[in-house]
Structure formats: C-alpha cells, structure tokens
Design a protein around this ligand. Sequence first.
Ligand SMILES: [Mg+2]
Length: 190
Amino acid sequence: MMNRFELLNLLQDTIQDELVVCNIGLPSQELYKINDRPNYFYMLGSMGLASSIGLGLSLAVDKNVISIDGDGSVLMNMNTLATIGNRAPSNYTLLIVDNGSYGSTGDQKTFTNERTSLKDVAIGAGCPNVIECSGEETNENLQKAIDDKNNSYVIISKIKSGNVPIKPIPLNAVTIRDRFRKEIGLVTYL
Ligand SMILES: [Mg+2]
C-alpha cells in the first residue's frame, strides 16, 4: 500500500487544469512540495470543509473541480455527502484520501479503520457514482470522473497512514486566494 505523499505524487499525471481544493494541514503541504500550481487551493483553515468549498465552487463555475479531502475530515463533516449526493453538478469530484488516520494531528486512527465505510455512507447519502479503490487504481478512476461530463463522482482511495517530514507552505492566504481566483477567471480588487 502507498502512503498519501506517494498518492499525491501519482495524481500529478492526471490532474491538469482542473481546479483543486486541498484539505488543510499535511495534505496541502505535501501537495505544495510535490508540484505547486496556481490551480491548487491550499486550504489553510476551515477544517473539514474542503469538500464543501469544492462543491460550492463547482456550482459556480464550468471548470472541473476536484476536492482532495481526507477520511478524518469527511468524518467530521459527514453531512457534506448528503449535500453532494443531492446537489453536486457533473463537474465535481470528491476524492477522499482514506488512510484511516488523522494524519495532520499525529496519525490517530479514525473509524474507517473499524466499522465505518465512507463508501457505504456516500451511497446512503445519495451520491450517484461512488468508487472505492486502491491508491494504484486512483488515477484511472479520477480520469474517468474528469472525462464524464454527465456525472459527479466520489472516489475513496484506500491507502496506508504515515506522513513525510515537511515544512509549512511559504505562501500567505492572500497569495493563494488571488492566484486561484485568476485561474477561475476572477480578478481581485484590493
Ligand atoms: Mg486521514
């Protein structure tokens, strides 16, 4: 099984100009280290809300939007799956990196290690296209979700826990926001 850093690295083969909203903490820091791009929005606050921010964005723009979220994050904002199940447009993909742990706070185990299946929760919440796969299968499923212009997707990528040594992102929140708005086609007047 691969870890999150390895998975995020692999995803660079598939992600092109899609708008990406990435989960707070180590996921964003790892993504920044692997391949910083202006179409990557590194969430610096709002724990648990990457999926909701991405959903709102996808409802407002035509471009494909991918939220890269975590199991711990979705578990603390589980109602997001019901909103996505009922309202997500076809340009939205929620990619849940499920490593069975709260990685950013020290790798405490989450309940996806025990009896909770985010796949079953997402299906029960009404999400129409739910795929659970291994890290190795994630790129092909993400590509399928991007290519499908008629459906939204929830992909749950099962990987192992573990973090790599990493520094904080040196960009400030205003810089991250402004360059991301440029990618969307919005101009910030400040
Ligand atoms: Mg996790």
